[in-house]
Design a protein around this ligand. Sequence first.
Ligand code: NAD
Ligand code: MG
Length: 396
Amino acid sequence: MTPQNITVLGATGSIGVSTLDVIRRHPDRYKAFALCAHSQVDKLFAQCLEFQPRFAVLRDAALADDLAARCRQAGLTTEVRHGMAALVELASLPEVDTVMAAIVGAAGLEPTLAAARAGKRVLLANKEVLVMAGELFMHAVRAHGATLLPVDSEHNAIFQALPADFSRGLSACGVERILLTASGGPFRDTPLTDLQQVTPEQACAHPNWVMGRKISVDSATMMNKGLEVIEARWLFDAAPAMIQVVVHPQSVIHSAVQYADGSVLAQLGNPDMRTPIAYAMAWPERIAAGVEALDLFRIGRLDFFAPDCERFRCLQLAYDALAAGGTAPAILNAANEVAVAAFLEGRLPFLGIARLNEAVLAALPAGPEGSLADVLGADAEARRMAAAMVAGARFA
Ligand code: NAD
Ligand code: MG
């Protein structure tokens, strides 16, 4: 068989590295066509040496020149590009079959939308795309015949537990509820009075998953679960009231679907992102992912709790933004990106993240999500406001 050409957006990140590991195991099926990263030149060069992609992309010209020189010296024919235009092009070139969207945050929106508009097979890890522009993105997927496969473990689990023709409507398929599981993060039981002092290192030490720093902080605030509620709303055309968050600290059940006849179908597995990545890559087939088999005897028990929306304000804010509609989720997402970056840099306390998100969401009126320009405009305005609030130390 001819290998599928894959463009990996965010190749040097946690999802990118796991994607390349699955590609490495199946060279007959997959070829890394383009590897795209922000600024980790050493890591991207090592990946170029191993996978010999046609293209590599970095953020700016100086970084790209550095990588190009190293590639030439090593005898590689990899062409090195830089900037957003290159990401957009390499997500939509005719030779590309599949795009792994694994950039973190709003930076992934334009290339991922370009992949959908070019009718690609889009493997979506970059949930912020659906949070910011769910309606636009899903419209592009349908209008251009793209194939959208969720990589986020919960949404991948839901996709596996739904019938193949779920796009005809969840109710028509007998679906009553989506049970979106959440680990509760590292601070599920931390006394509220201790949360003010939490450090970035503590927030990034997730009990079950090893992930990039932004999503790790989002897991600690449960903003991640809020973003995932919005993601599920768009991926499965689910009414927000149908999406029930279930705290499940072991992260063995990755999510479930409850049907009208009382059946609940769930997907289980070890917490290793190579499972949903390999599923999305091979769908509708299944391939080896290098993941250890689940040992239920070793796990022994599974626990479930209702989420505490007082402790985890960010989860409630996501439902509020969904209810407000239009650009409200994009505003919340932008505020949160600024808040998380400020927290990681020591400029905002942990509890300031939720307070900042709430303040920005309350201050900016949501507009219609008419076009990409509307979304990017709301994103920019929310970032400006959030940055000013951090600088004004309103939440210190
Ligand atoms: P990460 O921080 O480990 O990696 C991010 C990648 O994006 C890096 O390769 C980086 O170079 C690239 N990048 C960042 N900013 C960029 C920019 N402006 N332009 C171009 N490239 C840029 O993040 P991650 O944990 O791999 O997460 C990636 C996405 O997948 C996020 O949206 C996250 O929510 C989602 N996700 C991750 C996991 C996980 O287990 N890590 C699980 C589910 C969903
Ligand atoms: Mg997830």
